[in-house]
Design a protein around this ligand. Structure first.
Ligand code: CO
Length: 153
């Protein structure tokens, strides 16, 4: 495994739409392993492939229950609304309040190409929504209705 270099806001790659994954091979396994290591090293709760310059629909998330790998994720069953302070590894030093669904379901594929489905609420729902936005070239600062200077509890 290897750490990958993170891209930061201002890099146009972060603004592009990522492409579907169609080949489930060793290269994808290496990408997922590296994304996991890079996320953990940066103490992130999620990382999307475009954040390391790979325009593919690949996401890793860890909200404290272990790492989940989502390939070609599609969100459904969004319910409710929560407002939570968010940050992003690609937008260092900034935090903002964003409206996200309280609950959602995400269907995706795992690294073997098998269909997987997860449902969750709270931080999980925020993380999935935030990371899928990355795959569409969107950053949380586009959606934040209030930015704050420092991270707050
Ligand atoms: Co982010």
């Amino acid at each position: 495994m290897a750490l990958r270099r993170l891209l930061f806001d201002g890099d146009e790659t972060l603004r592009k739409r990522s492409k579907e994954v169609t080949v489930f091979d060793d290269k994808l396994n290496i990408l997922l392993d590296d994304m996991r290591e890079t996320m953990e090293h940066a103490n992130g709760v999620g990382l999307a492939a475009p954040q390391i310059g790979i325009l593919r629909r690949v996401v890793v998330i860890d909200v404290g229950d272990g790492v989940i790998e989502l390939i070609n994720p599609v969100i459904s069953n969004e319910k409710g609304c929560q407002k939570r302070l968010e940050g992003c590894l690609s937008v260092p030093g900034k935090w903002g309040y964003v409206k996200r669904p309280e609950k959602l379901t995400v269907k995706a594929q795992n690294r073997f190409g098998e269909e997987v489905e997860y449902s969750g609420s709270d931080l999980f729902a925020v993380a999935v929504s935030h990371e899928v936005d990355h795959l569409n070239g969107e950053l949380f600062i586009d959606k934040a209705y209030e930015m704050v200077e420092e991270e707050q509890e």
